[in-house]
Design a protein around this ligand. Sequence first.
Ligand SMILES: Nc1nc2c(ncn2[C@@H]2O[C@H](COP(=O)(O)OP(=O)(O)OP(=O)(O)O)[C@@H](O)[C@H]2O)c(=O)[nH]1
Ligand SMILES: [Mg+2]
Length: 241
Amino acid sequence: MQLDFSARELTIKLVYYGPALSGKTTNLHSLHRAADQGIVGRLMTLETRDDRTLFFDLLPFTFRDKGGLSVRLKVFTVPGQVIHASTRRLVLQGADGIAFIADSQVAETENNATAFVDLKENLKTYGLTLKQIPLIIQFNKRDLAAVRSDEEIAALAAQGREPVYLAVATRGDGVVESFIGLLYLTWSALDAEHDLNRKFGFDSTAFLESVAKKLGHDGPLSDVLAACVGGALEVLRPEAE
Ligand SMILES: Nc1nc2c(ncn2[C@@H]2O[C@H](COP(=O)(O)OP(=O)(O)OP(=O)(O)O)[C@@H](O)[C@H]2O)c(=O)[nH]1
Ligand SMILES: [Mg+2]
C-alpha cells in the first residue's frame, strides 16, 4: 500500500497469481468489461502471439470517496508459464492481496499445486507467509467437462481458511464476486494494520458496495460476499496468532 496523506490518496496492489492458462488475464478482461467507464483505466496487456502473458497485465481503477479520499487499485496478473519464475517474483513485490486462480480441470491439479508452492516460495523471499497476506482462491473454468466436482472443491475449501470462489471467467461468472471478496479481505487487513477507516472517516462497507455497483452488482455487500463457497472471509489479525 502507498499512502499519500496530503493528497489523500491511497494505492492498493492486488495480484492475480496461478498456473499457466488458468484464466488470470481473462479475469481482468471480464472485470474491465463489467466496470463503469468512470472508474476503470486502460487494460494493459503484453502477450505473445498465442495469448500467453509475457510480463504482466495491469488494470487500474480509481474511486473517489465522498470524504475526499482517492483509492487507486492496481490489479496485476503474473505470467503463469514456468519459465517466467523471476517475473512472477517481481510482480508479487509489494502486493497487498492475492487472488489465486486455479484451473478446475482434473488434469490441471498438479499444475495448480506447483503454482501454489511457487507462490509460497516467492512470498518467502519477501519475508511473508500465506497467513500474513490476504488471499482468495478461485476455481475457474467451471464450464468444462472434466473438472473437479463442487463437492471436492467444498471439501478442499473446508481444509483451508482462504475464501474459495467458483468461476467461468470467459462468461464473467464469479469474476466480480472473487474480486470484491479479495478487496474486502485486503481492505480489512489494511484497516486492521493502519486504522484507515478511522483516520479517513471512511465507511468501508459503503465503499465496497459502491465498487460492486460500478461493476454491475447492485445490492447489499453481504449478497456479493455470500458467493464465497468455502473458507472464511475473516480479517487477518497477525497479532492474534
Ligand atoms: N472454457 C473456459 N475457458 C477459459 C476460461 N477462462 C479462461 N479460459 C481460456 O483459457 C485460455 C487461457 O486464458 P488466460 O486468461 O490467457 O490464462 P492466463 O492464466 O492469463 O495464462 P498465462 O498468461 O499463460 O499465465 C484462454 O483461451 C481463455 O479463453 C473459462 O472459464 N472457461
Ligand atoms: Mg495471462
